[in-house]
Design a protein around this ligand. Sequence first.
Ligand SMILES: [Zn+2]
Length: 159
Amino acid sequence: MKTLKSSLIILASGGLLFLGACGGDKTSDTNTTPPPPPAASQPASSASATTSAATGAKGGQVVNSGAYHLEFVPEKESTGTHLDLYLQKGEKKEPVADAKVTAQVQLPNGKQQTLALKYDPEGKHYAVVFPGKEPGQYPVKVNADIKGEKVDGRFTFTQ
Ligand SMILES: [Zn+2]
């Protein structure tokens, strides 16, 4: 009993010592060596407005808008391109099931096509099949209306 108690005390004081040493280190560190910013890689990923920089949990393109997290996952199919949109809220990334989601697809001929995405409760995402087959780059603007709260994100897919 006695030995257990004293070892606990040693542990506790050790922790305090560690914390103290850590804080001391930090202050002296900033005085002597200013941290050099990694300038080489940062501007490319954060400065531009393109959405292709981040890859989400599903391997898609990610846009964060306010509390919302949009992830766009295009998948080629024989009849066109299957478009998946994961709409999630907050840090816990809870799926939002009751939004009105549309995708405005810019066609290679300059025209626009608007598609309504349907919620798939099993996959916890919104989905639609884009029926076009013409190869090219297709910019997409996804609009989500979550009980009047509007969120959008820009993505692209190729086919
Ligand atoms: Zn799907």
